[in-house]
Design a protein around this ligand. Structure first.
Ligand code: ZN
Length: 161
């Protein structure tokens, strides 16, 4: 028992190959096991390995950026996980919830890119409309002429696209 405790104390600082952690300790096991679980701390290197991972300093827990953003109801998306084990990260990464959140992120990236591109294209038309309205006010032109004026500009290719 004393050796296990010692092991628990030295573990967080040592660069232990984490492959051995794949078999998780049984939480319902004896006290010595429990204390060794408590000793686990966050490994900063995980931030480089898992692009979705974030460490919440206030709650001292691990979060998934994507799952948090898309409000997925898993430990990494809701309150943050304190299960500082590589296996927990691996499990989260391959979870359906996480995959959905990541694909949502990709979708929204594609969406905003498309919107921006479309907006760039329509900008000349939008500014032409504003110019037309300003012109109409200045020249005291009746509102009903607005469409006609726009039509005219489109016809003479003043508004491209
Ligand atoms: Zn996630």
């Amino acid at each position: 028992m004393a050796t296990l405790l010692n092991f628990g104390f030295t573990k967080p600082t040592s660069a232990t190959p984490l492959k051995g952690n794949e078999s998780e300790p049984d939480l319902n096991n004896n006290e010595s096991h429990k204390s060794s679980i408590m000793r686990r701390t966050f490994n900063n290197r995980w931030l480089n390995e898992y692009s979705w991972l974030a460490f919440d300093d206030t709650t001292k827990s691990m979060r998934c950026k994507f799952c948090t953003k898309s409000k997925r109801s898993n430990p990494f998306g809701l309150n943050g996980s304190k299960n500082f084990q590589r296996s927990a990260l691996e499990r989260h990464q391959s979870s359906d919830d996480h995959r959905i959140a990541t694909s949502n992120k990709k979708k929204s990236e594609v969406f905003s890119k498309t919107v921006n591109e479309k907006f760039e294209k329509t900008k000349p038309a939008v500014s032409a409309m504003f110019r037309t309205v300003a012109f109409m006010v200045e020249e005291d032109i009746a509102d009903r002429k607005f469409e006609k004026l726009i039509d005219l500009q489109v016809r003479i290719q003043y508004i491209s696209k």
